[in-house]
Design a protein. Sequence first.
Length: 240
Amino acid sequence: MLYCHGNSNSRAAEHRIQLYKFFQQMDFHTIAFDYRGYGDSTKIRPTENGVVEDSLVVYEWLRTTVDKGDRKPPIFVWGHSLGEAISSHLLGNLKELSTSVLERSTPLPLPNGLILEAPFNNLPDEVAKHPLSKLVTWLPYYESTFVAPFRSDRGQRFMSDAHLSRAPALPVLILHAKDDVIVPFVVGLKLYRSVLESRSEGGATIKLHAYDKSENLGHKWICHAKDLSDVIGDFVQCHQ
């Protein structure tokens, strides 16, 4: 399980450690890393292309490591919050990134599946739906001032819906809590519907597993969901 974490702190944040413990209980080997500018990685300003390149390098290392022997274990990628946008960009453009960034003659193969926890369809919509936006949506210049810059800035758009539409052969599982106030459920639902529509004429499965507000899982604690082992176990079993 290659884990791409969200925007805050580092790979050692408490909720991430709890998720690693879940992976351990599931008998998964876990690879976690920090993007540039995070944790103890190089202190330079992160950009979308930069953090995607970081994940690409780790993914190439992982594939090279596990593909050496006769038995090639399945690889799954798990992205949480911003990490889902990074992993979606990576896997939706893996062929092009393999040749342009890594200069490989043979593109890296896709993983067995992608698990997206608390995802958003694209950054402009996430900004528009963020709870803090409610404080300023009444302003006549709200769209042009607060949202439009994210639509026009090619360096920070994180268009997961567009990226995943380019990878119809990649199985995707979306996990989202309906009481998530950081990345509202509505943008995760938009992502699911967009990818589902892009596969209307065929492609790998995409599933959405939603958690009710009564479970109090919020943005960070789906790792404590009572049925998570069954949900993840079924997805992995079907695609390994």
